[in-house]
Design a protein around this ligand. Structure first.
Ligand code: PLP
Length: 409
């Protein structure tokens, strides 16, 4: 069936006792058992049962089920934020002395997690130009534990040739881990470009209008984790990869960043409206990108479906012609960016992406404000860029808003 029908009719693991047609919020912490052997068996993982909400919860499991239906993945693990999904992934596979080969074109906190947090534990981050497959191959050695990148990169709007990169990673027996927050499952199948583990901040498209923070780790079970030095000793269970088993049975229990049941409820509803919101928001973003690409005061527009984008061919091939609700404009100075930002009346000056409201931000002075000039250069952050996340408002209203703001320059 179609994407939305599948999500809306996604089967519950257990039907609600009262036949509620929306899966309820189980806000409790503990679950009781009829006798000592039953609770011991649940702790040993021999029966599928909820024991304690930090480990699992029926409402969260129902949300995970919807993401599984949307993505076709073998396992989905929901966590408290997109950053929790990223950090849990690398806490499971990295080890002192290993390295991660990564694109430097990263969301600011991911860059900081790699360079400040993980490096303190003896993990080296090797930044590579993802447009250069030879450079990627040369950076890989026997201590590399994964390749990481974003698809599409935020805020640069770049797309690497993932099928080409996947060939090298298969040869070197390395997993491809990609943050696909900018492109949801209704527009993109991660398996088609060789992604093994997908990480998504569900705060964005999924939450249904910035209702809650969340993140998911989506495991397609396409990588043999016996190749990873840290995971080789983890048991291979039926129906779950070593990676997903390690995260569920150790990392998320020990770090404790589980998704709350209230969030899972909101995000399950968000999943049901994802496709319609996405079509509307990304359709408006394309029209705005086209319009402002011809504006005399705009130096450049970043949107991968534009004829002028160097990523158009990959974008058309990967995203069913619909590359999302974010676009960027470059002006000629930071001062001009501030002038335009300050004059916006419909778009809100706020960080976040894919709210129902249109948001505008100057990334260099906000998300990347703690970066040194050197780090900004590595991360490709430019102070002439404004990022727009297009919401559900009318195209004409947004066009007029940005146009009147540009008049101030
Ligand atoms: C591409 C990308 N990945 C990860 C994150 C982190 O997500 P969260 O804010 O849910 O932790 C963000 C947040 O903006 C993002 O844009």
């Amino acid at each position: 069936m179609s994407f939305s029908t599948d999500i809306i009719n996604c089967e519950y693991q257990k039907p609600d006792a009262h036949g509620s047609i929306t899966f309820p919020i189980y806000r409790n912490t503990a679950f009781e058992f009829p006798n000592s052997e039953a609770i011991a068996a649940a702790f040993r993982g021999e029966v599928a049962a909820h024991t304690y909400a930090r480990i699992s919860n029926p409402t969260v499991a129902n949300f995970e089920q919807k993401v599984k239906a949307a993505s076709g993945a073998q396992s989905v693990i929901a966590l408290a934020s997109g950053m929790a999904a990223i950090s849990h992934t690398f806490m499971a596979i990295a080890y002192a002395g290993c390295n991660i080969v990564s694109s430097p074109r990263l969301f600011g906190n991911t860059f900081s997690f790699f360079k400040s947090t993980l490096s303190a534990f003896g993990v080296e981050i090797r930044f590579v130009d993802t447009n250069n497959v030879e450079e990627i191959a040369a950076a890989i050695d026997e201590h590399t534990c994964a390749f990481f990148a974003e698809l599409i990169t935020n805020p640069h709007m770049e797309i690497a040739n993932f099928p080409e990169i996947s060939k090298i990673l298969k040869e070197k027996q390395l997993p491809m881990i990609v943050d696909t927050t900018l492109i949801p499952w209704c527009a993109f199948d991660a398996r088609s470009v060789g992604i093994d583990i997908e990480i998504v901040s569900t705060t964005k498209y999924v939450s249904g209008g910035a209702t809650s923070l969340g993140g998911v780790i989506v495991d397609y079970d396409s990588f043999d984790w016996a190749q990873n030095k840290r995971l080789a000793a983890t048991p291979k269970m039926k129906g779950i990869s070593r990676f997903a088993f390690k995260i569920r049975s150790e990392i998320m229990r020990n770090l404790g960043a589980s998704m709350s049941s209230d969030t899972a409820y909101l995000q399950s509803l968000g999943m049901e409206t994802l496709h319609v919101r996405y079509e509307r928001m990304s359709g408006t973003a394309y029209r705005l990108a086209q319009h402002f690409s011809k504006h005399p005061k705009v130096a450049n527009v970043g949107y991968t479906k534009l004829e002028t984008s160097p990523y158009k061919t990959l974008s058309d091939a990967f995203f069913k012609g619909n590359p999302g609700a974010m676009f960027t404009i470059n002006l000629t100075s930071k001062k001009d960016c501030y002038t335009v930002m300050d004059a916006l009346k419909v778009a809100r000056r706020a960080t976040n992406l894919f709210d129902n409201k249109t948001l505008a931000i100057h990334p260099e002075s906000t998300i990347y404000c703690g970066f040194t000039p050197e780090m900004k250069k590595t991360a490709g952050i430019d102070d002439t860029l404004i990022r727009f996340s297009v919401g559900l408002e009318d195209f004409e209203d947004l066009k007029h808003d940005i146009e009147q703001a540009l008049e101030g320059i």
